[in-house]
Design a protein around this ligand. Structure first.
Ligand code: ARG
Length: 460
């Protein structure tokens, strides 16, 4: 077929370079947005009198036909078409004839691809934000059921203080909420139109950039044409936000993997989400959580790649920018499939094991801080109380006892302020219930947190 660029080329591009140069294999994903952008552009050309209303009508009808052909899987696509923009333009000319050659008036693929990428990303951000809300809903639902389920809380992965399982889950609710907010913020800078920036310097023709921006629901237009065609901050920002989402999912995935170990046994994986080993018949593996943890790496990689692509780029468009797409598409997809997988995992893939959890919070010294706090309420300075309880723990360890096993006489030998109520004060349930400072794990606080979380989900 004839070459796509001007007649200064002789059409002898090396086949390896045709393939090397082409982006159509992946940017075909942008086609719906490319068509939207082109339809808006054609309408603007008519609105400004650059082409006639009748011509615009033919262009729009042709573009709509291409949309249908694409959806039906009939649109001709080949490497020598180079990219989605050329593929659409060629097909349009084939459908509507010479008038199709007017579509690219006052436009460059540089502002076109920037427009397409932004329209695509805006739509994907909206989908991901909805998924984050669904994810929050799942966490909230599970939290509501587990306000008084206790689980060891850790620091340094050493048992620290028992907490409400709901409190633990709601920590991830908060992270997801920041992710939702962050993507909303990124969206503001995605939602700016570069259309009409031309190749780099604007155009001599009397276009109306605000008109296309309005049609495409952009909130604003780029003020500087060089910046408009070469800015990919919005891609970097998205990849940053996507990386943080993955950090959050990966942290929880790691906890699931730990919870499912035989050593912890806090959850059992159901057959909905666990897979087996090809050789060890007894195995049930937390593959879903491991894949989420593993897939995090590629999103971080795409962020690094994009930063590196941009760092030495002179203004304005450079072909390097074509490299923005595969990493972006892959990151969008990765975040979406990981959110779906985590939603399924937490809806039907795991079951918390109450007996193992109860045993875990009853059989250690994670109530030691509470003994110190008890003494503080009896006017013993905290640092002194802390020292005394350290001694008690040491004594217990030597005698192979837990704090609850000490007799009142033993307690009083440590400090006369101890009374019979010490036994209640160190019961795990009481220990958790009493942490009623704002944002703490006390059941009343957790119930308030659940109300706040439900309120957040009510706001659109
Ligand atoms: N396929 C190209 C990209 O993705 C479109 C823009 C090409 N512009 C150019 N001047 N070669 O970036």
């Amino acid at each position: 077929m004839s070459q796509t660029w001007s007649q200064r080329f002789d059409g002898t591009l090396h086949p390896a370079i045709v393939e090397f140069n082409a982006s159509i294999s992946f940017d075909i994903q942008l086609i719906e947005y490319d068509l939207d952008g082109s339809i808006a552009h054609a309408q603007m050309l008519a609105h400004t009198g650059i082409i006639s209303g009748d011509e615009a009508g033919q262009l729009v009808a042709g573009l709509q036909q291409i949309r249908q052909e694409h959806r039906d899987g009939h649109l001709p696509i080949s490497l020598d078409l180079e990219d989605v923009h050329f593929a659409v333009e060629k097909r349009l000319i084939a459908i509507v004839g010479d008038v199709g050659k007017k579509l690219h008036t006052a436009r460059s693929r540089n502002d076109q691809v920037g427009t397409d990428t932004r329209l695509y990303l805006r739509a994907q951000i909206d989908l991901i934000r909805q998924q984050l809300r669904d994810w929050q809903q799942v966490l909230l639902h599970l939290a509501k059921e587990n306000v008084e389920t206790l689980i060891p809380g850790y620091t340094h992965l050493q048992r620290a203080q028992p907490i409400s399982l709901a409190h633990h889950l709601l920590a991830y609710f908060e992270m997801a909420d920041r992710d939702w907010e962050r993507l909303g913020d990124v969206r503001k800078r995605v939602n700016i139109s570069p259309l009409g920036c031309g190749a780099l310097a604007g155009t001599t023709l009397k276009i109306d950039r605000a008109f296309t921006a309005d049609l495409l629901n952009f909130a604003d237009i780029y003020a500087n044409s060089l910046d408009g065609v070469s800015d990919r901050d919005f891609v970097i920002e998205f990849l940053g936000a996507a990386s943080i989402i993955m950090v959050h999912l990966s942290r929880l995935a790691e906890e699931v993997i730990f919870w499912a170990t035989q050593e912890a046994g806090f959850i059992k994986l159901t057959d909905r989400c666990a897979t087996g080993s090809s050789i060890m018949p007894q195995k049930k593996n937390p593959d879903v959580a491991e894949l989420v943890r593993g897939k995090t790496g590629r999103v971080f990689g795409h962020l690094q790649a994009m930063l590196t692509i941009m760092k030495g780029l002179p203004l304005a468009y450079n072909k390097d920018l074509q490299e923005d797409k595969e990493g972006l598409f892959d990151s969008v997809r990765t975040v979406q499939v990981c959110l779906t997988a985590m939603i399924v995992l937490f809806q039907e893939g795991l079951e918390f094991q109450p007996s193992r959890l109860a045993a875990a919070v009853n059989e250690d010294f994670s109530n030691a801080t509470d003994v110190a706090d008890y003494l503080v309420t009896k006017q013993v300075p905290f640092r002194e109380a802390y020292g005394l309880v350290g001694q008690v723990v040491k004594t217990c360890l030597l005698a192979n006892k837990l704090l609850k096993d000490l007799t009142l006489a033993e307690w009083q030998a440590i400090h006369p302020a101890f009374e019979d109520d010490i036994y209640d004060a160190i019961k795990p349930r009481q220990v958790v219930a009493a942490r009623n400072s704002y944002g703490g794990t006390g059941f009343n606080q957790v119930r308030k947190a659940i109300d706040r979380a439900a309120q957040i989900l009510l706001d659109p």
